[in-house]
Each structure stands twice: as C-alpha cells, then as structure tokens.
Design a protein around this ligand. Sequence first.
Ligand code: GLY
Length: 371
Amino acid sequence: MRQRIDVQLGERSYPIVIDHGWLETFDSVAKEYIPYDRVLVISDRQVGGLYGDVLVESLHRSGFLAELFVIADGESNKNLATMSTIYDFLIEYNYPRQTTVIALGGGVVGDVAGFAAATYMRGVPYIQVPTSLLAMVDSSVGGKVGVNHPLGKNLIGSFYQPKLVFIDLAVLQTLAPEEFRAGFAEVIKYGVIWDANFFSFLLNNVKKIFELDQLGLMRVVQTSCSIKAQVVEEDEKEAGLRAILNYGHTIGHALEALTNYNVYRHGEAISIGMLASAKIAEKMEILSDVDVSHLWQILTKAGLPCTMPKIDPIDIIERLRKDKKVRLDKVRFVLPERIGKVVIRDDVSNDIIREVIEKMREESDEKATSS
Ligand code: GLY
C-alpha cells in the first residue's frame, strides 16, 4: 500500500512517502536523509505528547542523538518569539550545522520548524512529518515556511524545501473531526483546480473518507500531494502557476482577517471563499451553474460552511486590497472555468464581488429564518 511521490526540483528534489501505521519505523526510512547524528524534533504540546516519544525512540534505535523540543500550540504562537526559543535551545546545546530538524505536527509546527531549519546557521536539513490533514495535503509540501507578524499572516518566511515528507495516515485517528473537515476543504480545492475525476471521487465518497477508510484516505492524500508536487515543480517560487493553489484564499483570507482569526479555521474560511469565487465565475459567465451546484453539494456534504458572515461587503472588498497577493493594485482571483480547470483573473469588478457577497448573505439570512 505504501506510496511514494517524488517532488522533482533538481538538487532540491525530495520524496513524499505515505503509509498507514508506520510512525515507529520512521528511522528506517529517514536515516538515509539524516546526514549527522544530531537531530532536533520540533512539535507542539498536543502532537508532541501523543507522538513525540515514538519518533524520538525510533531515532534512538538507529543511533541518533535525538531530542524533542515542544512549542506552544496554535496559530497565535506562530511568531518570532517562538522562533527565538528554538534558536536559544539550538545554540545553548551546541547543535551544529549538520543538525537535522524534524517538524512533527500540523501546519504551524511545519512552518515554524521549517523556518528554524531555513535560518539556523544559514540553513540545516529538515524533514516534515505532518500530522493534520491540512499539513499532509498542503503545508508540508512545497517549502513555504515562516511565521506571522502582528500586521499580517506569513509575512516573514522563505521557500525552503524539506529533504523528505513522511506521512503516517494512522495519526489522523487522533485529529479532531473539525480539523479533519477544515483540511478537507484544501482537498476539495485540488479537485476544482486540477482534477475533475478526483472531484467526483470526493463527491461520491465523503462519508467513507470521513470514517477514515484507509484506501479512501490514501487516495485523498496521495492525489492531493501529487497535484501539489506537479504545481510546485512547475513554479517553485510562485511566479505564476502556483498562484492557482490560492483558489478560495482571496476572499477566505479576508474573512479570516476581518473576524480576527478566531471565528473560522483556515479551511472553513477557504470553503466560503471557494464557493464565492465559483459564484463570481458564474456571474462572469465563465462557469456553469451546474458546476457551482456540485461544489456547493460537496462542501455541504462535508459539513463545511457555505454562508457569508454578517460583514459589510465594502469591508471585505477593502480588505482584499491589503492581501499580499495583490499585484499592481489589482486583486487577483482564481476562478474556475469548469471543475478541474481554473484561470487567474485580475478584472473582477467590485460590483460583482459585492453582488455575490450580498446574495450569499441573503441566502444565509433565509436559512437562518427558515431553521
Ligand atoms: N499553500 C499554498 C502554497 O503552498 O503555495
């Protein structure tokens, strides 16, 4: 059942290896990618508490001097203060340039540990061991690492590819269902931007996937990683194609920011953003209403939000202009032309954005009164 996807980036190439229930044999695969005996496993309290020892013990069995460093959980700790605690530890305990960093956790741990690896002694190797669905299918692949600044998300960081992405699907059993659901929004995204067959598979198998069926999960993670790998291989530093991975993120990011990052999980905001972008595409007559309805169906089946919060559309439009994806003052939208194909457009008028948001808000109000 084991699957391997190679991310082909010349001398920065690396494999993504996926299996079920094999975390304790991590060392047998990883040792090939660890050049020296010092290893620092970085995790957070929750994941470190569940799986930190398993990973460290596996490394000890292969003779590595591995230690676990635990950071505080959550997006609010993805900042320079947390980075400092990691640097302090690495320096105080004389970790050399040949140290390997291992990121064991979700998106926050991956971004923070990856950025520590990118910057400590001008760069040391690192391995991603993602434990959330979101991290498995998105943030652990492609080398975007970094932290937030009080004035915006992910404003400090770099592109720094790991040496290996090691995925154990069995760890999803301890992931909170709401986190799984939020990660699933990014999975749906791959179907819309790249692969109509995959989208149909997801639409027909939501229940099985949410029951963590092993074969279903393997297809979900393997296909998502393979799509992400193809996009990153073509455009590692987001000069063009990679921007399609931001489908749903333009409005999604604005909603997250306007609700102070404490109302929606990232994937939930992306769910609303994907539906809004599809409706914008429908209004611009580039997407059919049938495709919009399929998208709505899958989001609803997955229990992801499809309604707009009570925020003034003008505030949302204002916020779009502050996004770091804005180029030459034009807001760029990734719009579906059909399920499986998207186009990047910077000519979406404020009127269309406003009309779609208002319509989605009216639908939310109707739902609220009828329920
Ligand atoms: N999460 C979007 C990207 O990696 O480009």
